[in-house]
Design a protein around this ligand. Structure first.
Ligand code: NOJ
Ligand code: CA
Length: 559
């Protein structure tokens, strides 16, 4: 094997040099953090009503500490009619009674901090719930009123205004405009009709969200995950759109407008007023050319790496390309990359990589669709984890990923709640299958999700095999693999490191990061392991000495 210089190393001020300097200077916590995403309604149910809650999260803090994560990202737990599982917020300063109370939140934050775990919360600024006091006031106020000006109300087209103001489509299907019953005007909703878009040209909207930020910062949160960060500002003419996708990403006059950046600059100034290192991570589903804009030094510190998440296929070269491109892109703005392979909006990785088109992104899977090869998918997901968590930068883990949990691929129609499923009448199966309550104890009712047998979505029988207690202390289990990865990653400072590719043939990716060598075999035949390196960790049992089986990854001491 011969060493190949990464294009990165040639970059002046690139990731490698920049991170080394930062390491010496004391890196901000988020640059290499492992951030664990909690989807509260499906994590742990403390009171037995079938819905996960904040006290449930508090119960699991020792588990999360043991896993070795640096921070938690909590999906929304705010007051909400739950039309989009809480991404429809009726009161940005209140905890929904489903999830507990503000005191429960404060206690959770305090206890997490006591264990050295940071907490970031979700901020949903593109739209509120239609049950938000502002929207209710707007409906009661006439066209042209100040109350309506906080949203995007417009008269319709057609002789009697009976047609929507433009041709925009909702991301969840159907048109992006609705009329409340008896109302002459239409309002815009890029998502569900219960999620009216706020008007970010309105100073009241800006002022309100700055106060919301302060409300949570004052309570001590370490940052925000900003929902639909590319959507807040629309082309003010609201022109008709083509609804095109570029490289799988929606483009048009409602997305990625330059005006959004001023908002994040204002927020950044607020974050910087607070002690500690408070951060923001953008859910900006934009092309890679545009992602760096969200990462400018006076904007957000992180943006999810959708190129990595959305990559399809199971090929060494494609992974290498996306890794190089991602590192170069963040280096150019002196940020680090955020590696992600699963979240609450996509089919879980073990199931995606078990499809005949590995890594494909179907909009959900149901019993009528292709059923993933569970064993192959898990094997690949474990190998991919060894690749992902050895990369420099920060990484996100979606709850249950550390258990190797697959998607629920046979959830019956009548359980489905995702507005995407409802609005497309099932044409898009939707995201419920990746949101099923976690299995904690194989023998307990609701698999230990709650004290009784209630669970807001049913768990598939297979989940018992994945229960945390079945994996606890079991050599080679996915849970133990993640624990070891996170520990070694920390010990060897891989998140702060630099990547140096090693040429290892068409099907194998190999690189050094610090004193660790990583190899992952994407091929169908065993590959040769370099002599002299000691195996620290492998995604599967290595039965033949010197051989790296197909769909397997290892961490070695650098030979
Ligand atoms: C992105 C969130 O991740 C998703 O769950 C939600 O449905 C949309 N934004 C709308 O808020
Ligand atoms: Ca509950």
């Amino acid at each position: 094997m011969t060493a190949v210089t990464s294009p990165l190393e040639a970059l002046p001020g690139g990731t490698s040099a920049a991170s080394l300097q930062a390491a010496e200077a004391g890196l901000a916590w988020w640059t290499d953090a492992i951030i664990y995403q909690i989807y509260p309604r499906s994590f742990t149910d403390a009171n037995g009503d079938g819905i996960g809650d904040l006290p449930g999260i508090a119960l699991r803090l020792p588990y999360l500490k043991r896993l070795g994560v640096d921070a938690l990202w909590l999906s929304p737990f705010y007051q909400s009619p739950q039309a989009d599982a809480g991404y429809d917020v009726a009161d940005y300063r209140a905890v929904d009674p489903l999830f507990g109370t503000l005191e429960d939140f404060d206690r959770l934050l305090h206890e997490a901090h006591g264990l050295g775990i940071k907490v970031i919360v979700d901020l949903v600024p593109n739209h509120s719930s239609d049950e938000h006091a502002w929207f209710q006031a707007a409906l009661k106020s006439p066209p042209g009123s100040a109350e309506r000006a906080r949203y995007l109300f417009r008269d319709g087209r057609g002789a009697n205004g009976e047609l929507p103001p433009n041709n925009w489509q909702s991301v969840f299907g159907g048109q992006a405009w609705s009329r409340a019953s008896g109302d002459r005007q239409w309002y815009l909703h890029l998502f569900d009709s219960k999620q009216p878009d706020l008007n970010w040209d309105n100073p009241q909207v800006r002022a309100e969200f700055e106060e919301v930020l302060r409300f949570w910062l004052d309570r001590g949160v370490d940052g925000f995950r900003v929902d639909v960060a590319h959507g807040l500002v629309k082309d003010s003419e609201l022109p008709d759109a083509e609804h095109r996708k570029e490289n799988g990403i929606l483009v048009g006059p409602m997305w990625d407008q330059d005006g959004v950046h001023e908002i994040y600059r204002a927020w950044r100034r607020i974050l910087d007023e607070y002690p500690g290192e408070r951060m923001m991570v953008a859910e900006a589903v934009v092309g890679s050319h545009s992602r760096p804009n969200y990462l400018r030094p006076d904007e957000m510190q992180q943006a999810f790496n959708f190129d990595y998440l959305l990559l399809e296929g199971w090929e060494a070269a494609a992974f290498r390309n996306v890794i190089d491109a991602s590192l170069a892109l963040s280096a150019a703005v002196d940020a680090t990359t955020t590696w992600v392979t699963s979240n609450h909006d996509v089919v879980r990785a073990p199931s995606r990589y078990g499809l005949s088109r590995p890594g494909a992104h179907p909009k959900g899977i149901d019993a009528a669709g292709e059923q993933p090869d569970e064993a192959l998918g898990l094997r690949r997901a474990r190998a991919l984890a060894l690749l992902t968590l050895a990369l420099p930068g920060s990484a996100y883990i979606y709850q249950g990923e550390e258990l190797g949990l697959p998607e629920h691929t046979t959830l019956e129609t009548h359980y489905r709640q995702d507005p995407m499923f409802i609005r497309t009448r099932g044409a898009d199966i939707g995201r419920d299958g990746c949101r099923v309550p976690l299995p904690w104890e194989a023998q307990a009712p609701s698999l230990g999700f709650g004290p009784g047998d209630r669970s807001w979505l049913p768990q598939p029988a297979a989940y018992a095999r994945y229960a945390a207690d079945r994996q606890e202390g079991v050599a080679g289990s996915t849970l133990e693999l993640y624990r070891q990865m996170l520990q070694l990653r920390r010990e060897h400072a891989l998140g702060k490191g630099q990547l140096r590719w090693i040429d290892a043939g068409r099907d194998v990716l190999a690189f050094d990061n610090g004193d660790i060598r990583v190899l992952i075999n994407f091929g169908t035949e065993p590959a040769e392991l370099p002599a002299g390196g000691q195996v620290l960790l492998s995604s599967e049992l290595l039965e033949e000495p010197g051989e790296l089986p197909a769909n397997t990854a290892v961490w070695l001491t650098r030979p």
